[in-house]
Ligand binder design. Structure first.
Ligand code: ZN
Length: 410
């Protein structure tokens, strides 16, 4: 029996058609969660699912669900997201959703008779207009009534109001929760959004785990003073403490980190912020990432140790506030191996790699056996209109997804 095969023309047409919903002058798309373009895209997707012979519905969290091949067994679930950032690209999230739809159609076109149902999910607000990954957390039963009531976007628009304006009752999101026993496995295809696959000349990345993240705001406090009358050796210069810490980051990573570790100071404010005043306070963000829980903890501990030592040496006061701590998630070995087999079966040499960015799989990995693959992003560009994945790579990614999902379905 011939294995089912992806129809690239059909998939390309879908990607370009969906790319017109919420398109911007720069050639990108803006489909922020629970805006008109986002909801229009959801309705479009539901029509495409029904045209293929599947059943489509919108759950209480605004997730689009598609279903084919009914049966009592738990379903194999494919999915990603179709919301975007402001002026994002055509492939982020949408590739995984539309490749999932194409997998369903390819199997329908073949002689294959799946033993399990296939489900497709386009999760709501993956990109985080209202804090991030709302849809998948609702699907996994992790959303609380309190959170639903209070979540708001940076402009102060409440999630509950945004949902109501599209005819969705916010508390219904609690009914979007699924039972783990109803899901057999979750598989996601996504663009890499980074430069590694391109640099390694590979077309398939099999994700081993998704980085955990800690996010801190650090305060180093010294003494603001006249920049002319304060001798260099008598200053408590908060910026000098920050600079010393930044200089120590490579050493911290070398001693405590893994090759996949990241430490980033992305935002800095010096107070009072005058050219002729010694900075009395440095406030900065510190974000750490790694895919091993112990390594992530080790990095955090090392940062506090080093900051403490620098503060003592330079006569500064140091404190930090933890804004968030998200544990790393391992992808499931069954899914990793299925993806590796599928890639090799198609003569690809897959790269096992971590994901530095967060994805829906991160939450699905707590809920069921879950895993994901990456295809290359040209120039590593994403969250921008010129985000691009070559069609040949789109095709091989969808083909690997199809092979792996077929293995779980049959
Ligand atoms: Zn994405």
């Amino acid at each position: 029996m011939a294995l089912p095969s992806i129809n690239l023309d059909r998939l390309r047409t879908d990607l370009l058609t969906l790319g017109r919903i919420g398109h911007t002058d720069t050639g990108g798309v803006s489909r922020l969660a629970f805006t008109d373009p986002d909801m229009e895209a959801r309705r479009w997707l539901m029509r495409r699912i029904e045209e293929s012979g599947g059943r489509a519905r919108l759950d209480g969290a605004g997730n689009v669900l598609g279903r084919w091949f009914e049966g009592n067994h738990p379903a194999v679930v494919l999915g990603s997201h179709i919301d975007s950032v402001v002026d994002g690209g055509l492939f982020d999230g949408t590739l995984g959703v539309l490749a999932g739809l194409e997998c369903a159609r390819a199997i329908l076109d073949s002689e294959l008779r799946p033993r399990r149902p296939l489900e497709l999910v386009a999760f709501a607000d993956e990109e985080g207009r209202f804090g991030g990954m709302f849809g998948v957390q609702a699907y996994c039963g992790m959303v609380t009534p309190d959170w639903l009531e209070n979540a708001a976007d940076p402009e102060g628009v409440k999630l509950s109001d945004a949902m109501r304006s599209h005819g969705l009752e916010p508390l219904q999101a609690l009914n979007a929760a699924r039972r783990p026993e109803d899901v057999f496995a979750f598989l996601e295809l996504h663009i890499e959004q980074g430069p590694v696959l391109e640099a390694e000349k590979r077309r398939i990345g099999v994700v081993e785990g998704i980085s955990g993240i800690f996010k801190w705001v650090v305060h180093l406090v010294g003494k603001a003073n006249h920049a002319g009358t304060s001798p260099m050796h008598l200053r408590s210069d908060a910026f000098s403490g920050l600079a010393s810490f930044a200089h120590e980051i490579p050493r911290i990573l070398e001693e405590e980190g893994s090759p996949g570790s990241r430490l980033t100071i992305g935002k800095v404010e010096l107070l009072p912020g005058h050219p002729h005043t010694v900075p009395g306070e440095a406030v900065f963000s510190l974000v750490g990432r790694d895919i091993e829980p112990d390594t992530l903890r080790g990095l955090a501990d090392a940062c506090t140790r080093v900051l403490g030592a620098i503060a003592r040496r330079k006569g500064l006061h140091f404190e930090y506030r933890e804004l968030s701590w998200l544990e790393p998630r391992r992808c499931h070995p069954d899914v990793i191996q299925a993806f590796v087999r599928a890639a090799r079966g198609l003569d690809e040499d897959p790269l096992l790699m971590p994901s530095g960015a967060g994805h829906d799989t991160q939450f699905m990995a707590e809920f069921t056996r879950a895993g994901m693959i990456f295809v290359p992003s040209v120039g590593g560009v994403s969250h921008a209109p010129d985000e691009l994945t070559h069609w040949a790579d789109v095709e091989i990614g969808a083909q690997v997804l199809l092979r792996a999902v077929t293995e779980f379905l049959c």
